[in-house]
Design a protein around this ligand. Structure first.
Ligand SMILES: [Zn+2]
Length: 208
């Protein structure tokens, strides 16, 4: 008999899922279909809260804003945030650096998770910038996706740009979907906007 896991998210949503008995590893090129609501990536409020903390915690008074990278992973939807050390920044790097980073990302994710994930979201920040892919982002994504799929077979690889504003006092605004592939919210000091894409730079739907 299969075991069922029931969990209640911070926002009161109840999730029921079959418990896996062993990590699922699939060979063959095509990733699995995203098994979330209407095919969207479903982000819980607790995960969004972790994204906010991850990004805001790197800023230091009087110092320039730095780009950082982190990842989300999950089986049916993202349920874990992986914070990489600051010297493993993906964005706008050389090709060698991107390959190394993708390999480290995969290693790190597999070490932190109890199972092999079906979904991996590679995120990097654009401090004081737009939640849009740069030319370099676009050109690096297919290589990063290929490297990640080489290490974690069958995974759906998604990319996200996390734009964060400069610091100034503001009212907190709850996460909301502002476009098919975009969510936006504000902490009391910064506005956050995150946009999701596949490796071909096409929008990936997201829900909160
Ligand atoms: Zn970028």
């Amino acid at each position: 008999m299969k075991k069922i896991r029931v969990s209640i998210e911070g926002d009161g949503r109840v999730t029921i899922k079959l418990k896996k008995t062993r990590p699922v590893v699939e060979t063959g090129g095509a990733g699995r279909v995203l098994a979330a609501a209407g095919g969207d990536l479903l982000l819980s409020s607790s995960l969004i809260n972790q994204m906010e903390i991850r990004v805001e915690s790197v800023f230091r008074p009087g110092q320039g804003d730095v780009e950082i990278a982190y990842a989300l992973s999950g089986s049916t939807y993202p349920d874990m945030l992986h914070k990489f050390s600051s010297n493993e920044v993906v964005a706008h790097a050389t090709q060698d650096r991107i390959i190394t980073t993708a390999e480290k990302m995969a290693e790190h994710i597999l070490r932190e998770r109890p199972d092999a994930p079906n979904i991996i979201v590679g995120v990097h920040t654009h401090p004081d910038g737009a939640a849009e892919l740069s030319g370099q982002d676009k050109s690096s994504m297919p290589r990063i996706a290929a490297k990640l799929k080489e290490r974690i077979a069958g995974a759906n690889v998604v990319f996200a740009v996390h734009a964060v504003s400069r610091e100034s006092p503001r009212a907190r605004a709850q996460p909301a979907k502002v476009a098919v592939n975009r969510i936006k919210w504000s902490s009391i000091t910064r506005t956050h906007e995150v946009a999701f894409f596949n490796e071909k730079a096409e929008p990936v739907g997201v829900s909160v």
